[in-house]
Design a protein around this ligand. Structure first.
Ligand SMILES: Nc1ncnc2c1ncn2[C@@H]1O[C@H](COP(=O)(O)OP(=O)(O)OP(=O)(O)O)[C@@H](O)[C@H]1O
Ligand SMILES: CC(C)(CO)[C@@H](O)C(=O)[O-]
Ligand code: BAL
Length: 293
């Protein structure tokens, strides 16, 4: 099966309307392309729950707070379409920036609360860009279900909040973080790592797991986080933007482990910014080795 590429929203809407007349259930998986097993796991999960799956591919300029990051973002649409055909996605919706943001576009969706802190502090404007484009993509596709990865845990919470607040009739479903065999969370940006950096990168997940274990065995939050930061720097990361413990449900800051929590990190390895997170207590002993199916 091949995956049809659609660029124009009116064309997408006609296809979706025809599916609706047949009573089909529709899912959307928003992406910025350069697809890897993390994305494909979401597509497979969507195919298991819906009759038709739309994958969106749009490198959204509004969510990049750094021009160099936008310029370096990988663009591999041809390969992405081939991967989607293998998995069985029905449509690749890849709109142009000029159609998404025509002259005179003047609306921003800004989500309070969960957008603040963590990546919200270090990527100013990022979550406004994400919330604006996700709102558009959900409304353009009119899907019943939308799939997002836990790798971008704060983004997932931002999307849940905006869907609730704006009464968008869609169910948000989270997929677990897919990891390389050595534990590194898959990310399109991993391709920017040099060989030496790539060898070092899995230490980030290892240190998170170690920190999660320390917290579960009664270490104070302050000390566990401080040891974690030191360890990340000691293995060669140049900067830790944040290493924080937050409530799993709403990302409220936690000073004690008194409810299900999430340990979240963002750190720089050379020129590459990596993020990762784990639930605390860890859901199961082999959490680090949850690799692609
Ligand atoms: N390793 C992963 N496991 C599960 N889901 C993932 C993974 N990586 C990305 N996703 C999810 O795929 C969707 C699209 O993400 P995106 O296209 O930004 O990919 P990415 O690899 O995260 O790229 P980036 O370099 O921008 O971080 C998001 O919902 C994201 O959370
Ligand atoms: C959700 C998203 C596709 C919005 O541009 C992007 O932030 C991403 O790829 O995670
Ligand atoms: N994966 C989230 C999109 C971004 O980093 O801009």
């Amino acid at each position: 099966m091949s995956t049809a590429i659609v660029r124009i929203v009116s064309e997408l809407r006609s296809i979706v309307a025809a599916w609706r007349r047949e009573g089909l259930r529709i899912a959307v998986v928003p992406t910025m392309g350069a697809l890897h097993e993390g994305h494909l796991s979401l597509v497979r999960a969507a195919l298991a729950k819906a009759d038709r799956v739309i994958v969106t591919l749009f490198v959204n300029p509004r969510q990049f707070n750094n021009a160099a990051d936008l310029a370096a973002y990988p663009r591999t649409e041809h390969d992405d379409a081939a991967k989607l055909a293998t998995v069985g996605a029905h449509i690749l919706y890849a709109p142009n920036a000029a159609d998404m943001y025509p002259q005179g576009f003047a609306t921003t969706v800004s989500v309070g609360g969960v957008s603040e802190g963590l990546c919200g502090t270090f990527r100013p404007g990022h979550f406004d860009g994400v919330a604006t484009v996700v709102t558009k993509l959900l409304l353009q596709t009119g899907a019943d279900l939308a799939f997002f990865g836990e790798k971008d845990f704060q983004q997932l919470q931002v999307v849940r909040q905006l869907v609730r607040d704006l009464d968008i009739p869609i169910e948000i479903i989270a997929g677990p973080t897919v990891r390389e065999a050595d534990g590194l969370a898959m990310s399109s940006r991993n391709a920017r790592l040099s060989l030496a950096e790539r060898n070092r990168a899995p230490r980030l997940a290892e240190i998170l797991v170690q920190t999660a274990r320390r917290l579960s065995s009664g270490e104070s939050v302050q000390r566990a986080l401080s040891l974690g930061r030191d360890a990340i720097l000691a293995v060669g990361f140049s900067k830790v933007e944040y290493l924080e413990l937050r409530a799993d449900s709403d990302l409220a800051p936690l000073h004690t482990l008194d409810r299900p929590a999430r340990l979240l990190v963002a750190a720089w390895l050379g020129q590459t910014r990596l993020i990762d997170n784990f639930q605390v207590p860890l859901p199961r002993a082999a959490a680090l080795h949850q690799t692609a199916a």
